[in-house]
Design a protein around this ligand. Structure first.
Ligand code: COA
Length: 381
């Protein structure tokens, strides 16, 4: 039996591989810096809105007031989903919300008038439609699976407030709506992370935006990517009281287990997005008379201090779960929340890939046996 050729240098997990150029976002993992189209995430989180960030990511610059109003109007008008897609959601209502979302976006491809048109103009229009429709799917599914009727979108509310309205059936207060608006801004774009990469791979074959978003949604589902906020909140609830943090975390570390919401492939210092969610978690916890969750999280930060020296710091998901929890969002909707926020980033990455396309197709180094003799089934015993 001949052996495979000697091992070439592998880039497992594509760690450190620079895939292409981008003008969408800049990430400096050593400095903890994140820019969308040149604008600092701190300015955007504190001073912008999700709608403005959607414009910035899709069109490459900040909008004028009129441009923003037009985009906002288009988003509000595009929120309803076809009855047939609502029926699909009813059929698959028992599945994980990410599976339902992925299935419903796939079904939307059958009803969008421009699904197969991969021109830039059509893709931009679809990006706006899909960004508007995704929250409707997530909220409608949650209503249906809990035995209630979906709440139709409210065109008087912005993207974040309307999502909470469709989910809970009540107009949220300003603080709650702003917390979710900031959350969506923070999640809107993040370079060639696994889901955006999956979206790029998909359109690199000439496939369309709906196909790319389905790929991205499938990829986001995993706990190493989108699932961390859910895992953090589960851990926090299991800990239960701030006094129990030390024992629990020491035990986890001794067993070599990972602390969810910490560590990042790119950030080696604190993820710049974490501070905004930290602030929202503290304020909401105090306001709603539930400061305990925030206190547990802060104690976890203190106890895990030794990880910092190894470049394992807080990521955006560490405090996000507490914000969602305090706003009555069930744990299994945390990843769909991430998806709602990430829609413009995925679309911007897709547009960038389409503009300067090359088929993405890496190689694998074969390490299995070679030239085996085929034995007919009847002779194999
Ligand atoms: N807690 C404890 N140790 C961690 C850790 C965490 N959250 N994240 C990484 N490490 C350790 C690993 O155990 C590994 O240690 P070793 O070298 O002794 O084996 C080392 O750090 C490198 O980890 P690796 O998985 O190779 O790095 P990566 O760049 O692939 O990791 C993540 C990135 C996100 C997958 C990883 O940090 C992780 O699993 N974090 C928790 C999940 C999470 O919060 N994901 C959301 C990301 S936004």
């Amino acid at each position: 039996m001949s052996l495979p050729a000697s091992t070439p240098e592998l880039a497992r997990g594509l760690k450190g591989v620079v895939l292409d150029t981008t003008e969408t976002s800049f990430i400096d993992g050593e400095a903890g810096k994140l820019l969308y189209r040149g604008y600092n995430i701190h300015d955007l989180a504190e001073r912008s809105t999700f709608e403005e960030v959607v414009y910035l990511l899709l069109y490459g610059r900040l909008p004028t007031r009129r441009e923003l109003e037009e985009l906002d109007g288009a988003l509000r008008r595009s929120r309803p989903i076809p009855q047939e897609v609502m029926d699909v959601i009813r059929l698959v209502q028992g599945a994980h919300p990410m599976d339902v979302l992925r299935t419903a976006v796939s079904a939307l491809a059958a009803f969008d008038p421009e699904t197969t048109d991969t021109s830039e103009e059509a893709t931009l229009r679809k990006a706006v439609r899909l960004t508007a429709q995704v929250p409707t799917i997530v909220a409608a599914h949650h209503r249906i699976r809990t035995g209630r009727e979906p709440v139709p979108p409210n065109p008087d509310l912005n993207h974040a407030a309307n999502f909470l309205y469709m989910l809970h059936g009540e107009v949220p207060d300003e603080e709650a709506a702003r917390a979710i608006d900031v959350d969506f801004v923070l999640h809107a774009e993040h370079g060639s992370n696994a889901s955006a990469f999956a979206a790029r791979v998909t359109v690199s074959t000439g496939a369309d935006l709906h196909a790319a978003i389905v790929s991205a949604l499938g990829t986001l589902k995993g706990p190493l990517h989108g699932g961390a906020a859910e895992a953090v909140m589960r851990m926090v609830q299991e800990i239960g009281e701030p006094e129990r943090v030390d024992d629990y975390i020491q035990r986890m570390l001794a067993e070599g287990r990972r602390i969810m919401g910490m560590g990042h492939r790119v950030y080696k210092v604190e993820d710049p997005r974490a501070r905004h969610m930290r602030q929202k978690a503290r304020i909401l916890g105090e306001k709603l008379g539930q400061p305990k969750w925030y206190r547990i999280l802060e104690r976890i930060v203190e106890v895990t201090a030794p990880l910092r020296a190894r470049g394992i710091s807080l990521n955006v998901d560490f405090f996000a779960g507490a914000v969602y929890y305090l706003l009555g969002i069930p744990e299994d909707l945390f990843i769909p929340m991430f998806a709602i926020g990430r829609m413009p980033g995925w679309c911007a990455q897709v547009l960038e890939q389409m503009r300067n396309n090359i088929l993405i197709r890496p190689l694998l180094h074969y390490t299995g046996p070679m030239d085996l003799e085929y034995v007919p089934l009847e002779e194999r015993g």
